[in-house]
Design a protein. Structure first.
Lengths: 194, 185, 192
Protein backbone atom coordinates (compact mmCIF):
# COMPACT_ATOMS: atom_id res chain seq x y z
CA UNK A 1 0.00 0.00 0.00
CA UNK A 2 2.68 2.42 1.03
CA UNK A 3 4.62 1.52 -2.09
CA UNK A 4 1.66 2.55 -4.25
CA UNK A 5 1.82 5.93 -2.58
CA UNK A 6 5.56 6.60 -2.54
CA UNK A 7 6.35 5.65 -6.14
CA UNK A 8 4.41 8.59 -7.53
CA UNK A 9 6.39 11.13 -5.60
CA UNK A 10 9.90 10.09 -6.53
CA UNK A 11 10.70 7.00 -8.60
CA UNK A 12 7.77 7.37 -11.01
CA UNK A 13 7.23 11.11 -10.61
CA UNK A 14 4.70 12.03 -13.30
CA UNK A 15 6.50 15.19 -14.38
CA UNK A 16 10.22 14.64 -13.87
CA UNK A 17 10.34 10.95 -14.79
CA UNK A 18 7.26 10.10 -16.87
CA UNK A 19 7.10 13.54 -18.55
CA UNK A 20 3.29 13.61 -18.44
CA UNK A 21 0.89 16.49 -17.91
CA UNK A 22 3.27 18.95 -19.52
CA UNK A 23 0.70 21.58 -20.53
CA UNK A 24 -0.31 22.70 -17.02
CA UNK A 25 3.21 22.08 -15.73
CA UNK A 26 4.67 24.64 -18.09
CA UNK A 27 1.74 27.03 -18.33
CA UNK A 28 0.76 27.83 -14.76
CA UNK A 29 4.07 27.64 -12.90
CA UNK A 30 4.83 31.35 -13.01
CA UNK A 31 4.67 31.41 -9.22
CA UNK A 32 4.63 28.99 -6.32
CA UNK A 33 1.03 29.66 -5.41
CA UNK A 34 -0.23 29.01 -8.96
CA UNK A 35 1.74 25.76 -9.18
CA UNK A 36 0.40 24.63 -5.82
CA UNK A 37 -3.24 25.37 -6.64
CA UNK A 38 -3.00 23.56 -9.96
CA UNK A 39 -1.26 20.61 -8.26
CA UNK A 40 -3.94 20.31 -5.59
CA UNK A 41 -6.82 20.70 -8.07
CA UNK A 42 -5.33 17.91 -10.19
CA UNK A 43 -4.79 15.72 -7.12
CA UNK A 44 -8.44 16.14 -6.19
CA UNK A 45 -9.65 15.15 -9.66
CA UNK A 46 -7.24 12.19 -9.69
CA UNK A 47 -8.47 10.91 -6.33
CA UNK A 48 -12.17 11.48 -7.00
CA UNK A 49 -12.18 9.90 -10.45
CA UNK A 50 -9.86 7.13 -9.26
CA UNK A 51 -12.32 6.25 -6.49
CA UNK A 52 -15.33 6.42 -8.82
CA UNK A 53 -13.72 4.36 -11.58
CA UNK A 54 -12.19 1.82 -9.26
CA UNK A 55 -15.54 1.15 -7.58
CA UNK A 56 -17.35 0.99 -10.94
CA UNK A 57 -14.66 -1.09 -12.63
CA UNK A 58 -16.80 -4.26 -12.74
CA UNK A 59 -19.87 -2.44 -14.12
CA UNK A 60 -18.34 -0.48 -16.99
CA UNK A 61 -18.12 -2.55 -20.21
CA UNK A 62 -14.72 -2.57 -21.81
CA UNK A 63 -15.82 -1.08 -25.15
CA UNK A 64 -17.16 2.16 -23.66
CA UNK A 65 -14.39 2.35 -21.06
CA UNK A 66 -12.72 5.51 -22.35
CA UNK A 67 -16.00 7.37 -22.93
CA UNK A 68 -17.15 6.53 -19.39
CA UNK A 69 -13.83 7.62 -17.88
CA UNK A 70 -14.05 10.87 -19.81
CA UNK A 71 -17.55 11.64 -18.50
CA UNK A 72 -16.44 10.96 -14.92
CA UNK A 73 -13.23 12.99 -15.20
CA UNK A 74 -14.87 15.93 -16.98
CA UNK A 75 -17.63 16.05 -14.36
CA UNK A 76 -15.17 16.27 -11.47
CA UNK A 77 -13.19 18.93 -13.32
CA UNK A 78 -16.37 20.99 -13.77
CA UNK A 79 -17.03 20.68 -10.03
CA UNK A 80 -13.50 21.91 -9.25
CA UNK A 81 -13.79 24.78 -11.74
CA UNK A 82 -17.14 25.96 -10.31
CA UNK A 83 -15.91 25.76 -6.72
CA UNK A 84 -12.68 27.60 -7.57
CA UNK A 85 -14.60 30.33 -9.37
CA UNK A 86 -16.96 30.70 -6.42
CA UNK A 87 -14.50 30.61 -3.54
CA UNK A 88 -11.05 31.57 -4.86
CA UNK A 89 -11.85 33.73 -7.91
CA UNK A 90 -8.37 35.31 -8.16
CA UNK A 91 -6.69 31.93 -8.51
CA UNK A 92 -9.37 30.77 -10.93
CA UNK A 93 -8.63 33.81 -13.13
CA UNK A 94 -4.88 33.21 -12.94
CA UNK A 95 -5.18 29.57 -14.01
CA UNK A 96 -7.65 30.55 -16.74
CA UNK A 97 -8.37 27.85 -19.33
CA UNK A 98 -5.69 25.59 -17.87
CA UNK A 99 -7.98 24.65 -14.98
CA UNK A 100 -10.58 23.00 -17.25
CA UNK A 101 -7.74 21.50 -19.27
CA UNK A 102 -7.18 19.10 -16.36
CA UNK A 103 -9.69 17.00 -18.33
CA UNK A 104 -7.06 16.19 -20.92
CA UNK A 105 -4.17 15.88 -18.49
CA UNK A 106 -2.63 12.58 -19.59
CA UNK A 107 -1.75 11.71 -15.99
CA UNK A 108 -5.40 11.37 -15.09
CA UNK A 109 -6.58 9.16 -17.94
CA UNK A 110 -3.26 7.31 -17.76
CA UNK A 111 -3.72 6.37 -14.11
CA UNK A 112 -7.29 5.23 -14.70
CA UNK A 113 -6.17 2.98 -17.54
CA UNK A 114 -3.07 1.67 -15.81
CA UNK A 115 -4.34 1.40 -12.27
CA UNK A 116 -7.82 2.39 -11.09
CA UNK A 117 -9.71 0.32 -13.68
CA UNK A 118 -7.90 -2.83 -12.53
CA UNK A 119 -7.19 -2.44 -8.81
CA UNK A 120 -9.39 -2.28 -5.69
CA UNK A 121 -10.51 1.04 -4.24
CA UNK A 122 -7.98 1.24 -1.41
CA UNK A 123 -4.93 0.70 -3.61
CA UNK A 124 -6.27 3.11 -6.24
CA UNK A 125 -6.68 5.75 -3.57
CA UNK A 126 -3.03 5.44 -2.53
CA UNK A 127 -1.89 5.47 -6.15
CA UNK A 128 -3.94 8.57 -6.96
CA UNK A 129 -2.73 10.34 -3.82
CA UNK A 130 0.90 9.53 -4.62
CA UNK A 131 0.70 10.56 -8.27
CA UNK A 132 -1.26 13.70 -7.43
CA UNK A 133 1.13 14.84 -4.75
CA UNK A 134 4.09 13.93 -6.96
CA UNK A 135 2.60 16.18 -9.64
CA UNK A 136 1.92 18.95 -7.13
CA UNK A 137 5.50 18.60 -5.81
CA UNK A 138 6.93 19.04 -9.30
CA UNK A 139 4.73 22.08 -9.97
CA UNK A 140 5.71 23.68 -6.67
CA UNK A 141 9.42 23.18 -7.37
CA UNK A 142 9.14 24.60 -10.89
CA UNK A 143 6.90 27.44 -9.69
CA UNK A 144 9.34 28.40 -6.95
CA UNK A 145 12.35 28.33 -9.26
CA UNK A 146 10.63 30.49 -11.88
CA UNK A 147 9.25 32.95 -9.35
CA UNK A 148 12.64 33.20 -7.61
CA UNK A 149 14.55 34.00 -10.78
CA UNK A 150 11.81 36.23 -12.15
CA UNK A 151 11.51 38.68 -9.27
CA UNK A 152 13.62 37.28 -6.44
CA UNK A 153 10.70 36.09 -4.34
CA UNK A 154 9.15 32.77 -3.37
CA UNK A 155 5.43 32.89 -2.51
CA UNK A 156 5.79 36.71 -2.55
CA UNK A 157 8.41 36.63 0.23
CA UNK A 158 11.59 38.46 -0.76
CA UNK A 159 14.53 36.06 -0.91
CA UNK A 160 17.19 37.64 -3.08
CA UNK A 161 16.94 41.22 -1.85
CA UNK A 162 16.38 44.44 -3.70
CA UNK A 163 19.62 44.29 -5.73
CA UNK A 164 18.07 41.57 -7.88
CA UNK A 165 16.97 42.79 -11.30
CA UNK A 166 13.91 40.91 -12.47
CA UNK A 167 14.35 38.42 -15.30
CA UNK A 168 11.24 38.71 -17.43
CA UNK A 169 12.05 35.67 -19.52
CA UNK A 170 11.37 33.38 -16.55
CA UNK A 171 7.63 34.03 -16.70
CA UNK A 172 7.53 33.76 -20.47
CA UNK A 173 7.16 30.52 -22.44
CA UNK A 174 10.88 30.22 -23.21
CA UNK A 175 11.77 30.44 -19.51
CA UNK A 176 9.27 27.71 -18.70
CA UNK A 177 10.80 25.26 -21.18
CA UNK A 178 14.37 26.04 -20.17
CA UNK A 179 13.78 25.80 -16.40
CA UNK A 180 11.92 22.52 -16.77
CA UNK A 181 14.67 21.17 -19.00
CA UNK A 182 17.30 21.91 -16.36
CA UNK A 183 15.15 20.45 -13.57
CA UNK A 184 14.50 17.24 -15.52
CA UNK A 185 18.23 16.83 -16.14
CA UNK A 186 18.99 17.56 -12.47
CA UNK A 187 16.40 15.03 -11.35
CA UNK A 188 17.88 12.41 -13.66
CA UNK A 189 21.36 13.07 -12.29
CA UNK A 190 20.20 12.87 -8.66
CA UNK A 191 18.13 9.71 -9.06
CA UNK A 192 20.75 7.86 -11.10
CA UNK A 193 23.21 8.40 -8.28
CA UNK A 194 20.86 7.28 -5.49
CA UNK B 1 -27.36 -7.58 -28.18
CA UNK B 2 -27.27 -7.86 -24.41
CA UNK B 3 -23.75 -6.43 -24.52
CA UNK B 4 -24.89 -3.39 -26.51
CA UNK B 5 -27.83 -2.81 -24.15
CA UNK B 6 -25.43 -2.79 -21.24
CA UNK B 7 -23.11 -0.32 -22.98
CA UNK B 8 -25.94 2.06 -23.74
CA UNK B 9 -27.37 1.68 -20.23
CA UNK B 10 -24.05 2.39 -18.49
CA UNK B 11 -23.36 5.47 -20.61
CA UNK B 12 -26.88 6.81 -20.14
CA UNK B 13 -26.81 6.35 -16.39
CA UNK B 14 -23.36 7.91 -16.16
CA UNK B 15 -24.49 10.86 -18.27
CA UNK B 16 -27.63 11.36 -16.19
CA UNK B 17 -25.81 11.18 -12.86
CA UNK B 18 -23.15 13.56 -14.16
CA UNK B 19 -25.75 16.03 -15.43
CA UNK B 20 -27.66 15.89 -12.15
CA UNK B 21 -24.60 16.38 -9.94
CA UNK B 22 -23.29 19.20 -12.12
CA UNK B 23 -26.59 21.06 -12.17
CA UNK B 24 -26.71 20.85 -8.36
CA UNK B 25 -23.16 22.16 -7.99
CA UNK B 26 -23.84 24.82 -10.60
CA UNK B 27 -26.99 25.95 -8.79
CA UNK B 28 -24.95 26.32 -5.66
CA UNK B 29 -21.94 28.06 -7.27
CA UNK B 30 -23.52 30.36 -9.87
CA UNK B 31 -25.01 32.90 -7.41
CA UNK B 32 -21.67 33.14 -5.60
CA UNK B 33 -19.80 33.58 -8.89
CA UNK B 34 -22.21 36.32 -10.02
CA UNK B 35 -21.79 38.02 -6.66
CA UNK B 36 -17.98 37.84 -7.09
CA UNK B 37 -18.23 39.46 -10.51
CA UNK B 38 -20.51 42.23 -9.20
CA UNK B 39 -18.08 42.77 -6.36
CA UNK B 40 -15.16 43.09 -8.82
CA UNK B 41 -17.08 45.67 -10.89
CA UNK B 42 -18.02 47.58 -7.74
CA UNK B 43 -14.43 47.67 -6.54
CA UNK B 44 -13.26 48.94 -9.93
CA UNK B 45 -15.89 51.70 -9.94
CA UNK B 46 -14.91 52.85 -6.46
CA UNK B 47 -11.28 52.82 -7.60
CA UNK B 48 -11.79 54.94 -10.73
CA UNK B 49 -14.17 57.39 -9.03
CA UNK B 50 -12.83 57.58 -5.46
CA UNK B 51 -15.48 59.92 -4.06
CA UNK B 52 -18.28 57.52 -4.96
CA UNK B 53 -20.72 56.43 -2.25
CA UNK B 54 -23.26 54.65 -4.39
CA UNK B 55 -23.89 53.83 -8.05
CA UNK B 56 -26.59 52.59 -10.39
CA UNK B 57 -26.42 50.91 -13.80
CA UNK B 58 -28.07 52.62 -16.76
CA UNK B 59 -28.21 50.86 -20.09
CA UNK B 60 -28.23 53.37 -22.94
CA UNK B 61 -28.17 52.09 -26.51
CA UNK B 62 -26.96 48.71 -25.32
CA UNK B 63 -24.03 50.16 -23.36
CA UNK B 64 -23.89 49.79 -19.56
CA UNK B 65 -23.05 53.10 -17.92
CA UNK B 66 -22.48 53.25 -14.18
CA UNK B 67 -23.83 56.53 -12.81
CA UNK B 68 -22.07 57.28 -9.55
CA UNK B 69 -23.15 59.54 -6.67
CA UNK B 70 -21.08 61.07 -3.88
CA UNK B 71 -21.94 61.25 -0.17
CA UNK B 72 -24.36 64.13 -0.79
CA UNK B 73 -26.28 62.20 -3.43
CA UNK B 74 -24.95 64.37 -6.28
CA UNK B 75 -23.94 62.69 -9.55
CA UNK B 76 -20.12 62.88 -9.39
CA UNK B 77 -19.34 61.02 -12.60
CA UNK B 78 -19.81 58.06 -14.88
CA UNK B 79 -17.90 54.83 -15.20
CA UNK B 80 -17.92 52.45 -18.14
CA UNK B 81 -15.98 49.47 -19.42
CA UNK B 82 -14.00 49.58 -22.65
CA UNK B 83 -11.90 46.93 -24.33
CA UNK B 84 -9.67 46.40 -27.32
CA UNK B 85 -6.55 44.68 -28.64
CA UNK B 86 -3.33 44.87 -26.67
CA UNK B 87 0.04 43.31 -27.46
CA UNK B 88 -0.81 39.81 -26.26
CA UNK B 89 -4.58 39.76 -26.14
CA UNK B 90 -7.65 41.74 -25.25
CA UNK B 91 -7.35 44.46 -22.61
CA UNK B 92 -10.47 45.35 -20.67
CA UNK B 93 -10.61 48.61 -18.73
CA UNK B 94 -12.95 50.41 -16.37
CA UNK B 95 -12.84 54.15 -17.05
CA UNK B 96 -14.23 56.84 -14.74
CA UNK B 97 -15.03 60.36 -15.98
CA UNK B 98 -16.46 63.41 -14.24
CA UNK B 99 -20.08 64.44 -14.65
CA UNK B 100 -19.49 66.66 -17.73
CA UNK B 101 -17.47 63.87 -19.39
CA UNK B 102 -14.44 66.12 -19.84
CA UNK B 103 -12.01 64.91 -17.23
CA UNK B 104 -10.82 61.33 -16.60
CA UNK B 105 -11.03 60.53 -12.90
CA UNK B 106 -9.23 57.21 -13.03
CA UNK B 107 -8.81 53.93 -14.87
CA UNK B 108 -8.57 50.33 -13.74
CA UNK B 109 -7.45 47.24 -15.68
CA UNK B 110 -10.12 44.55 -15.41
CA UNK B 111 -8.46 42.03 -17.67
CA UNK B 112 -5.22 41.83 -19.65
CA UNK B 113 -2.71 39.21 -20.66
CA UNK B 114 0.13 41.62 -21.44
CA UNK B 115 3.68 40.37 -20.85
CA UNK B 116 4.43 40.39 -17.12
CA UNK B 117 7.15 42.90 -16.27
CA UNK B 118 6.69 44.87 -19.52
CA UNK B 119 3.16 45.51 -20.82
CA UNK B 120 1.90 44.02 -17.58
CA UNK B 121 2.92 47.31 -15.95
CA UNK B 122 -0.28 48.90 -17.24
CA UNK B 123 -1.75 47.37 -14.08
CA UNK B 124 0.74 49.32 -11.95
CA UNK B 125 -0.17 52.52 -10.07
CA UNK B 126 2.60 54.55 -11.76
CA UNK B 127 0.92 54.18 -15.12
CA UNK B 128 -2.73 54.25 -14.02
CA UNK B 129 -2.37 57.29 -11.76
CA UNK B 130 -1.26 59.41 -14.74
CA UNK B 131 -4.87 59.36 -15.89
CA UNK B 132 -6.31 60.79 -12.68
CA UNK B 133 -7.66 64.28 -13.36
CA UNK B 134 -6.40 64.24 -16.94
CA UNK B 135 -8.22 66.56 -19.35
CA UNK B 136 -9.98 64.38 -21.88
CA UNK B 137 -12.11 66.84 -23.82
CA UNK B 138 -9.97 66.10 -26.88
CA UNK B 139 -9.01 62.56 -25.91
CA UNK B 140 -5.69 61.53 -24.38
CA UNK B 141 -2.47 61.07 -26.31
CA UNK B 142 0.71 59.10 -25.75
CA UNK B 143 4.20 60.62 -25.44
CA UNK B 144 7.55 58.94 -24.84
CA UNK B 145 9.01 61.51 -22.46
CA UNK B 146 7.62 63.41 -19.46
CA UNK B 147 4.25 64.97 -20.45
CA UNK B 148 4.14 68.76 -20.93
CA UNK B 149 0.65 69.36 -22.33
CA UNK B 150 -2.68 68.47 -20.72
CA UNK B 151 -4.06 65.14 -21.95
CA UNK B 152 -0.60 63.62 -22.43
CA UNK B 153 0.31 60.24 -20.96
CA UNK B 154 3.87 58.93 -20.69
CA UNK B 155 4.38 55.49 -22.24
CA UNK B 156 5.87 52.65 -20.20
CA UNK B 157 9.49 52.08 -21.23
CA UNK B 158 9.72 48.94 -23.36
CA UNK B 159 5.95 48.61 -23.66
CA UNK B 160 4.90 51.33 -26.07
CA UNK B 161 2.40 49.07 -27.84
CA UNK B 162 0.60 48.15 -24.61
CA UNK B 163 0.55 51.80 -23.47
CA UNK B 164 -0.73 52.90 -26.86
CA UNK B 165 -3.42 50.21 -26.71
CA UNK B 166 -4.68 51.52 -23.36
CA UNK B 167 -4.81 55.10 -24.65
CA UNK B 168 -6.64 54.01 -27.81
CA UNK B 169 -9.16 51.94 -25.86
CA UNK B 170 -9.88 54.88 -23.56
CA UNK B 171 -10.33 57.32 -26.46
CA UNK B 172 -12.62 54.97 -28.31
CA UNK B 173 -14.72 54.28 -25.22
CA UNK B 174 -14.83 57.95 -24.34
CA UNK B 175 -16.01 58.89 -27.84
CA UNK B 176 -18.76 56.30 -27.68
CA UNK B 177 -19.96 57.37 -24.24
CA UNK B 178 -19.79 61.10 -25.07
CA UNK B 179 -21.89 60.42 -28.12
CA UNK B 180 -24.62 58.36 -26.47
CA UNK B 181 -24.73 60.53 -23.35
CA UNK B 182 -24.81 63.65 -25.48
CA UNK B 183 -27.71 62.42 -27.58
CA UNK B 184 -29.56 61.13 -24.55
CA UNK B 185 -29.70 64.48 -22.79
CA UNK C 1 -8.41 41.05 -42.93
CA UNK C 2 -9.52 40.24 -39.43
CA UNK C 3 -9.73 36.54 -40.33
CA UNK C 4 -6.21 36.71 -41.72
CA UNK C 5 -5.02 38.23 -38.43
CA UNK C 6 -6.62 35.41 -36.46
CA UNK C 7 -4.85 32.89 -38.67
CA UNK C 8 -1.40 34.50 -38.48
CA UNK C 9 -1.73 35.08 -34.74
CA UNK C 10 -2.52 31.46 -33.97
CA UNK C 11 0.16 30.08 -36.29
CA UNK C 12 3.03 32.41 -35.40
CA UNK C 13 2.58 34.90 -32.58
CA UNK C 14 0.45 32.77 -30.30
CA UNK C 15 1.48 29.34 -31.47
CA UNK C 16 -0.45 26.73 -29.48
CA UNK C 17 2.65 24.74 -28.59
CA UNK C 18 5.24 27.44 -28.04
CA UNK C 19 3.04 30.15 -26.54
CA UNK C 20 0.15 28.38 -24.80
CA UNK C 21 1.92 25.08 -24.04
CA UNK C 22 -0.92 23.12 -25.58
CA UNK C 23 -0.18 19.76 -27.17
CA UNK C 24 3.19 19.36 -25.49
CA UNK C 25 2.82 15.60 -24.97
CA UNK C 26 2.71 14.72 -28.69
CA UNK C 27 5.18 17.57 -29.34
CA UNK C 28 7.75 15.80 -27.15
CA UNK C 29 6.62 12.29 -28.06
CA UNK C 30 6.47 12.13 -31.83
CA UNK C 31 8.90 14.85 -32.84
CA UNK C 32 11.87 12.49 -33.15
CA UNK C 33 11.08 11.53 -36.72
CA UNK C 34 10.07 13.81 -39.57
CA UNK C 35 7.54 11.50 -41.17
CA UNK C 36 5.76 10.75 -37.91
CA UNK C 37 5.72 14.45 -37.01
CA UNK C 38 4.13 15.34 -40.31
CA UNK C 39 1.52 12.57 -40.03
CA UNK C 40 0.59 13.58 -36.51
CA UNK C 41 0.38 17.21 -37.57
CA UNK C 42 -1.97 16.53 -40.46
CA UNK C 43 -4.21 14.21 -38.42
CA UNK C 44 -4.41 16.77 -35.61
CA UNK C 45 -5.14 19.67 -37.98
CA UNK C 46 -7.98 17.64 -39.46
CA UNK C 47 -9.51 16.83 -36.07
CA UNK C 48 -8.99 20.39 -34.82
CA UNK C 49 -10.80 21.98 -37.75
CA UNK C 50 -13.74 19.61 -37.31
CA UNK C 51 -13.73 20.14 -33.53
CA UNK C 52 -13.90 23.89 -33.99
CA UNK C 53 -16.86 23.60 -36.33
CA UNK C 54 -18.82 21.13 -34.20
CA UNK C 55 -18.13 22.54 -30.73
CA UNK C 56 -19.08 26.03 -31.95
CA UNK C 57 -22.52 24.72 -32.90
CA UNK C 58 -22.91 22.77 -29.68
CA UNK C 59 -21.88 25.73 -27.59
CA UNK C 60 -24.07 28.25 -29.38
CA UNK C 61 -27.22 26.23 -29.94
CA UNK C 62 -27.25 23.72 -27.10
CA UNK C 63 -25.16 24.96 -24.17
CA UNK C 64 -26.02 28.65 -24.44
CA UNK C 65 -29.41 27.97 -25.99
CA UNK C 66 -30.58 25.95 -23.02
CA UNK C 67 -28.42 27.70 -20.44
CA UNK C 68 -26.55 24.54 -19.48
CA UNK C 69 -23.00 25.88 -19.70
CA UNK C 70 -21.98 23.68 -16.78
CA UNK C 71 -22.01 20.75 -19.21
CA UNK C 72 -19.36 22.49 -21.36
CA UNK C 73 -16.37 20.31 -20.48
CA UNK C 74 -18.28 17.02 -20.47
CA UNK C 75 -19.85 17.66 -23.87
CA UNK C 76 -16.66 19.01 -25.47
CA UNK C 77 -14.57 16.04 -24.44
CA UNK C 78 -17.25 13.62 -25.64
CA UNK C 79 -17.40 15.41 -28.98
CA UNK C 80 -13.65 15.20 -29.37
CA UNK C 81 -13.48 11.55 -28.35
CA UNK C 82 -16.28 10.51 -30.70
CA UNK C 83 -14.92 12.67 -33.51
CA UNK C 84 -11.56 10.96 -33.28
CA UNK C 85 -13.30 7.60 -33.34
CA UNK C 86 -15.41 8.59 -36.35
CA UNK C 87 -12.45 9.92 -38.30
CA UNK C 88 -10.63 6.71 -37.53
CA UNK C 89 -13.49 4.53 -38.76
CA UNK C 90 -14.05 6.68 -41.85
CA UNK C 91 -10.40 6.59 -42.89
CA UNK C 92 -10.13 2.87 -42.23
CA UNK C 93 -13.04 2.14 -44.50
CA UNK C 94 -12.69 4.68 -47.30
CA UNK C 95 -9.08 5.90 -47.41
CA UNK C 96 -7.08 2.90 -46.19
CA UNK C 97 -3.75 4.31 -47.49
CA UNK C 98 -4.14 7.42 -45.40
CA UNK C 99 -5.30 5.33 -42.46
CA UNK C 100 -2.10 3.31 -42.59
CA UNK C 101 -0.04 6.48 -42.23
CA UNK C 102 -2.18 8.33 -39.70
CA UNK C 103 -3.89 5.44 -37.91
CA UNK C 104 -1.53 5.08 -35.00
CA UNK C 105 -1.68 8.79 -34.14
CA UNK C 106 -5.43 9.15 -34.10
CA UNK C 107 -6.21 7.64 -30.67
CA UNK C 108 -3.55 9.88 -29.13
CA UNK C 109 -5.42 12.99 -30.25
CA UNK C 110 -8.23 12.55 -27.71
CA UNK C 111 -5.93 13.44 -24.84
CA UNK C 112 -4.09 16.09 -26.82
CA UNK C 113 -4.90 19.14 -24.75
CA UNK C 114 -4.51 21.33 -27.81
CA UNK C 115 -7.83 20.07 -29.16
CA UNK C 116 -9.73 20.63 -25.92
CA UNK C 117 -7.84 23.92 -25.45
CA UNK C 118 -8.97 25.05 -28.88
CA UNK C 119 -12.64 24.53 -27.95
CA UNK C 120 -12.19 26.40 -24.65
CA UNK C 121 -10.34 29.34 -26.22
CA UNK C 122 -13.02 29.70 -28.89
CA UNK C 123 -15.71 30.08 -26.23
CA UNK C 124 -13.59 32.44 -24.12
CA UNK C 125 -12.93 34.68 -27.11
CA UNK C 126 -16.54 34.74 -28.30
CA UNK C 127 -15.58 33.83 -31.86
CA UNK C 128 -18.32 33.56 -34.48
CA UNK C 129 -18.66 30.53 -36.73
CA UNK C 130 -16.21 31.53 -39.48
CA UNK C 131 -13.67 32.87 -36.99
CA UNK C 132 -13.85 29.59 -35.08
CA UNK C 133 -13.27 27.49 -38.17
CA UNK C 134 -10.24 29.61 -39.18
CA UNK C 135 -8.97 29.51 -35.61
CA UNK C 136 -9.26 25.71 -35.49
CA UNK C 137 -7.50 25.25 -38.81
CA UNK C 138 -4.79 27.79 -37.90
CA UNK C 139 -4.18 26.13 -34.55
CA UNK C 140 -3.62 22.84 -36.37
CA UNK C 141 -1.23 24.44 -38.87
CA UNK C 142 0.70 26.08 -36.03
CA UNK C 143 0.91 22.76 -34.21
CA UNK C 144 2.18 21.03 -37.35
CA UNK C 145 4.73 23.78 -37.94
CA UNK C 146 6.14 23.49 -34.41
CA UNK C 147 6.24 19.70 -34.68
CA UNK C 148 8.09 19.75 -38.02
CA UNK C 149 10.65 22.33 -36.96
CA UNK C 150 11.30 20.31 -33.80
CA UNK C 151 11.65 17.06 -35.73
CA UNK C 152 14.17 18.71 -38.05
CA UNK C 153 16.27 19.96 -35.16
CA UNK C 154 16.08 16.68 -33.29
CA UNK C 155 17.32 14.66 -36.22
CA UNK C 156 20.41 16.89 -36.28
CA UNK C 157 20.85 16.55 -32.53
CA UNK C 158 21.04 12.76 -32.71
CA UNK C 159 24.59 13.03 -33.99
CA UNK C 160 25.75 15.26 -31.17
CA UNK C 161 27.45 14.29 -27.91
CA UNK C 162 24.84 15.49 -25.43
CA UNK C 163 25.69 15.33 -21.70
CA UNK C 164 24.05 12.25 -20.16
CA UNK C 165 21.44 13.93 -17.88
CA UNK C 166 20.14 16.06 -20.74
CA UNK C 167 19.64 13.17 -23.17
CA UNK C 168 16.04 12.63 -24.20
CA UNK C 169 13.59 14.92 -22.47
CA UNK C 170 16.12 17.47 -21.21
CA UNK C 171 17.57 18.47 -24.55
CA UNK C 172 14.15 18.42 -26.23
CA UNK C 173 12.74 20.84 -23.67
CA UNK C 174 15.81 23.05 -23.97
CA UNK C 175 15.39 23.14 -27.75
CA UNK C 176 11.71 23.96 -27.30
CA UNK C 177 12.75 26.83 -25.03
CA UNK C 178 15.03 28.26 -27.72
CA UNK C 179 12.29 27.82 -30.31
CA UNK C 180 9.84 29.65 -28.08
CA UNK C 181 12.40 32.42 -27.77
CA UNK C 182 12.70 32.58 -31.55
CA UNK C 183 8.92 32.66 -31.97
CA UNK C 184 8.76 35.60 -29.55
CA UNK C 185 10.25 37.55 -32.40
CA UNK C 186 6.89 37.30 -34.13
CA UNK C 187 4.97 38.98 -31.32
CA UNK C 188 3.39 42.24 -32.30
CA UNK C 189 3.28 41.12 -35.94
CA UNK C 190 -0.52 41.34 -36.05
CA UNK C 191 -3.05 42.85 -33.64
CA UNK C 192 -4.61 40.22 -31.41
Amino acid sequence: MLKDFVKGIWRENPVFVQVLGMCPTLAVTTSLINGLSMGLATTFVLIASGLAISSLRKVIPDQVRIASFMIIIASFVTVVKLLFEAHIPTISTQLGPYLPLIVTNCIILGRQEAFASKEPVSRSLMDALGMGLGFAFALVVLGSVRELFYQGTIADVEILGSWYKSMIIMVQPAGAFISLSILVALFKKLSSRG
Amino acid sequence: MKQIMKMVLVLTVLGLVSGLVLSLVSNYATPIINENNREAIKEAIFYVLPKTEDYEVKTIEGKDIYVTRDSEGQVNGYAFTASGSGYQGTIELMVGVNSNLEEIQGIQVLDSSETPGLGGKIRGGNFKNQFRGEDASGGVSLVKSAPTEPGEIEAITGATISSKAVVDIINKGLDQVQEIMGSGE
Amino acid sequence: MELFFIFVAIVLTQNFVLHYFLGICPFLGVSDEMEAAFGMGIATTFVMTLTAIITWNINTFILEGFGVQFLEYVSFILVIASLVQLVEMFLKKYVPELYKTLGIYLPLITTNCAVMGLALFMVLRDYNFVQSAIFGFGAGVGFTLALIIMAGIRSELMEEAIPEPFRGTGITLLTAGLLALAFMGFSGLVPV
